[in-house]
Design a protein around this ligand. Structure first.
Ligand SMILES: [Zn+2]
Length: 153
């Protein structure tokens, strides 16, 4: 697994060359850099998310607030949009960091978004040096794409 750098302002160094363990420090730093680019004039809570795909791509997002509040997009929304924009893929690890530099847990909606693209085994940064927390712990018994196929009447 190798994280291919992205051209443009979000360019980050490789996160996982070869089959090396996930470089959480770099992933977390990418999330922190994304947090610095958030649009959060209302809450002033800047959040960035960085995800690593199985193909080694780094995807990123920042929260984008809206005067209506209800239309605010979390950083994970931007990350998933970036993933789709770059051709898709499976997320294997994600770090979500607030403007203070510390990881934060995804909100309920974003847990569902991340499940769609990373599944129950997606590693979610918990702030420890080598996170082992899986999305399944944050979203047990999740409803997913398979349910749409198996539960049709
Ligand atoms: Zn969210």
């Amino acid at each position: 697994m190798y994280c291919r750098p992205v051209n443009g302002p979000g360019t980050q160094p490789p996160v996982t060359p070869g089959d090396a363990p996930i470089d959480w420090a770099t992933l977390r730093a990418a999330a922190g850099a994304a947090a610095a680019r958030a649009y959060a004039p209302y809450s002033h809570v800047h959040v960035g998310a960085a995800g690593l795909t199985a193909a080694g791509d780094l995807v990123e997002g920042s929260n984008v607030e809206n005067a209506s509040y209800g239309l605010t997009l979390c950083a994970e929304c931007g990350l998933v949009s970036d993933l789709a924009r770059r051709g898709g893929g499976r997320l294997v690890a994600v770090s979500i960091v607030a403007g203070d530099g510390d990881p934060v847990a995804p909100c309920g909606r974003c847990r569902q978004l991340l499940f769609e693209h990373g599944g129950a085994d997606l590693l979610v940064d918990d702030g420890t040096p080598a996170p082992t927390r899986r999305l399944a712990a944050l979203l047990p018994e999740a409803f997913g794409p398979r349910d749409l196929v198996t539960r049709r009447s």
